[in-house]
Design a protein around this ligand. Structure first.
Ligand code: ADP
Ligand code: MG
Length: 393
């Protein structure tokens, strides 16, 4: 598969990993290319474990070490890993006797992981998708990070928007001889998007507006086009957005739904008015929607969904029940088709929601005078005489 861009990030990653021991945090949204970037590395060797939404205790570390080929002269402490790693138990020393104190036993287990890793050097332990880390692995990783043996690196990948525990705090207590780096992967730029699209498909057209440079979205769009389907929201992206939407508090969800229906960057006040979220709750709800990556501040003070595809997914998902919870004018029957221009329709929806011309103007980045004209034209086309009648239209 083609690999596009990322020269700087790949160089930086290769450079820091060549000077172990180092802890690297690799952050980026779903599908942006964290895993792929790691697979483009040639040195040092990686051993990879992934965190899963099921959060099995020590799951990622077990996954990373179960195929290990350790040398023969292992420290006896590594025998403590026998029960966890049956696949390589025959290569490990005998298991030490159980200890009465659970915490003491845990410490022994942590030291055993450290010792086994040290025996595999040079090696980079990669723990993927740390936003799903289980509490035991989290503590083990914090321990490993502080005690990394020579020639061993630790790389953690994660999506900031799905993180419930700050990962960067792990870097705060590293001893001076352990270096660290934080690498954030942004989406591809429009040129790189075109380059990837052209490598996947002969005449892809411009995939930037729909994909916003997220490689997994580019791939999925290219697949849809290749199969002769119109480019729509890829199921994987839709599910990811809807899962996240379902996991935020109701007020935040309603703001996101309002933004999706509005379809343009809008002020917090407009979104709250559209969604019917009371002002005292809207600030927190907005902050949560932004923190979870559902909304972005696309211009100062204006919020929108991150990608057109995400917007479409949210729009399509608004059920009648959710619709009822939204402010009633989102539910209002659309004016007879073809009568209003799309702009007039937007203005009418906001006017019906009780916004003044000035507020509508601010929300849609129009002059108040233009809004006035749109409102007048829309009223005339709808056969109404006052904007108050819009509320019952
Ligand atoms: N720079 C790139 N060039 C080409 N394809 C890429 C690039 N980055 C990612 N991809 C592809 O996009 C998809 C998603 O990437 P992946 O690394 O799995 O994302 P993440 O781990 O951040 O969720 C994969 O199929 C991958 O091969
Ligand atoms: Mg990944």
């Amino acid at each position: 598969m083609p690999f596009v861009g990322r020269k700087r990030e790949l160089h930086q990653l290769a450079e820091v990993l060549s000077r172990p021991p180092v802890v690297v945090l690799l952050e980026g949204e779903a599908g942006v290319g964290k895993t792929r970037l790691l697979h483009e590395l040639h040195w040092p060797p990686l051993t990879i474990g992934r965190c899963h939404p099921m959060r099995f205790p020590y799951g990622p570390v077990v996954e990373a070490l179960r195929d290990a080929s350790p040398p023969r002269d292992l420290n006896p402490i590594t025998g403590a890993l026998r029960p966890l790693l049956p696949e390589v138990a025959h290569l490990l020393p005998p298991a030490p006797p159980p200890l009465a104190d659970r915490q003491v036993e845990r410490h022994r287990l942590f030291r055993a992981v450290l010792s086994l890793l040290g025996s595999l050097r040079p090696i980079t332990l990669v723990v993927e998708d740390v936003h799903w880390v289980d509490p035991d692995t989290r503590e083990l990783l914090a321990f490993l990070a502080r005690c990394l043996p020579a020639a061993v690196n630790l790389v953690l990948t994660y999506r900031a928007e799905d993180l419930s525990h700050p990962v960067a705090e792990m870097l705060a207590h590293l001893p001076p001889h352990i270096d660290h780096a934080e690498i954030a992967l942004a989406p591809l730029d429009p040129g790189e998007t075109a380059e990837l699209a052209e490598q996947l498909l002969p005449h892809p057209g411009d995939l930037w507006p729909l994909s916003r440079g997220v490689p997994s979205a580019i791939e999925q769009l290219a697949r849809m086009l290749a199969e002769g389907r119109p480019p729509g929201t890829p199921p994987a992206l839709r599910d990811a957005v809807l899962l996240r939407l379902a996991s935020v508090p109701l007020a935040a969800r309603m703001l996101v739904q309002a933004a999706a229906v509005l379809g343009e960057p809008a002020t917090a006040r407009t979104l709250a008015a559209l969604a019917g979220v009371p002002p005292e709750r809207s600030e927190r709800a907005l902050a949560e929607a932004v923190r979870r990556g559902l909304l972005v501040e696309s211009a100062p003070g204006r919020y929108d969904l991150r990608q057109p595809l995400a917007r479409q997914a949210v729009r399509d998902s608004i059920t009648p029940a959710a619709r009822r919870r939204l402010h009633r004018h989102l539910d209002a029957p659309a004016p007879p088709q073809g009568t209003l221009s799309p702009r007039e329709e937007q203005v009418v929806r906001l006017a019906a929601g009780g916004l003044t011309n000035r507020e509508i103007a601010e929300s849609l980045v129009l002059s108040p005078r233009t809004v006035e004209v749109h409102v007048a034209n829309a009223l005339r086309k709808l056969g109404l005489t006052s904007r108050r009648q819009l509320r019952t239209t």
